[in-house]
Design a protein around this ligand. Structure first.
Ligand SMILES: Cc1cc2nc3c(=O)[nH]c(=O)nc-3n(C[C@H](O)[C@H](O)[C@H](O)COP(=O)(O)OP(=O)(O)OC[C@H]3O[C@@H](n4cnc5c(N)ncnc54)[C@H](O)[C@@H]3O)c2cc1C
Length: 291
């Protein structure tokens, strides 16, 4: 359950991830309140916020950066996700790539799919000035410094799985994280990568951060190189896991097959499951079966 007011007894949060504790979530079966508490089911928290489309910009051939300006206060941790709802009630989940409280806008990175309903709306209809609805936030993929600022962080994402990781990295740096931060971004081809120059510059200016783009199929000529590692991002990440695995945190976002496979392999390699934070970008409807 979620406590909106009152102190949550420590025992009711024992064993929960720090990200869940920070959101005042607790185990009702373990909760013996010592003071009055106002509680609700987590699902009942979803408050809608109206937001105006501030800008749309293509970051590569199919990824759009959408900036939304909330009409009223909207708080979320970089890396959580929201539901974007258009005027026809069409809703899709998107991860937040920035700190909306600091920036005054919500930054989303959206891969425009051919024939996708929200993709078509964003490509053809949504214009700056138009109002949409934002529901949420939700999700546990975000940075916390409750356990110190020295632990190693590994972040790996495919495609627009970079969005939450970009938000988490910038938040960790803003909060003075000292431990090593390794960011891996996987793409099929080099022209599917995006924000490359921004991330190279961010890494050059912040000693703890290392940024490694990974490209599965080399396609010379699409972007000047070689600035990426060629190969399977899963293998690249597994070979780069810190030797001291006990304190390490792993964030995984993007294609469900990638997220689920690497989650399992990282756990088998010695990472604690409570230190693995993952958001699989599940499609809104089943994908057509492969021929
Ligand atoms: C927690 C969460 C966070 C997400 N965050 C992001 C994000 O930050 N950025 C982002 O771009 N997307 C994200 N997604 C995916 C997003 O919610 C939509 O599924 C996606 O944008 C497609 O919506 P659409 O309406 O354009 O396509 P739809 O009309 O829903 O689908 C059109 C067709 O494309 C297929 N399809 C849907 N998704 C995929 C896919 N990933 N790969 C291949 N085919 C697909 C569908 O099966 C369907 O046949 C997230 C999903 C979840 C669950």
């Amino acid at each position: 359950m979620h406590a909106s007011q009152g102190e949550v007894p420590e025992a009711a949060q024992k064993g929960l991830k720090t990200t869940l504790r920070k959101q005042n979530l607790f185990l009702s079966c373990q909760c013996l309140p010592e003071h009055d508490m106002t509680v609700s089911l987590p699902d009942a928290q979803g408050l809608d916020t109206r937001a105006v489309i501030a800008s749309r910009e293509m970051l590569n051939h199919n990824v759009m950066r959408l900036l939304l300006r909330p009409e009223s206060g909207f708080a979320c941790e970089p890396g959580q996700f929201i539901s974007l709802i258009n005027g026809d009630g069409l809703a899709r989940s998107y991860s937040v790539a920035n700190n909306p409280v600091r920036d005054g806008v919500i930054e989303l990175h959206i891969r425009l799919l051919k024939g996708g309903m929200m993709s078509d709306f964003l490509r053809e209809e949504a214009a700056p000035g138009e109002t949409v609805t934002v529901r949420g936030p939700a999700g546990n993929c975000f940075y916390v410094s409750d356990d110190g600022r020295d632990y190693p962080i590994v972040l790996a994402g495919t495609g627009t799985g970079l969005a939450p990781l970009y938000g988490i990295v910038k938040q960790a740096l803003a909060m003075g994280h000292n431990g090593a931060i390794q960011l891996f971004h996987g793409a099929l081809h080099s022209n599917d990568l995006y924000l490359v120059e921004e991330l190279l510059a961010l890494a050059a200016g912040h000693a703890p951060l290392r940024y490694t783009p990974c490209v599965l199929h080399d396609a010379p000529g699409s972007l000047p190189g070689p600035f990426y590692v060629q190969g399977n991002i899963e293998d690249v990440v597994l070979s780069a896991l810190p030797s001291d695995k006990a304190p390490a945190r792993l964030f995984l976002c993007g294609a469900p097959e990638f997220v689920n496979a690497l989650k399992r392999k990282a756990f088998l390699a010695g990472l604690a499951s409570r230190h693995i934070f993952a958001d699989a970008f599940l499609p809104s409807k089943p994908m057509p079966a492969a021929a």
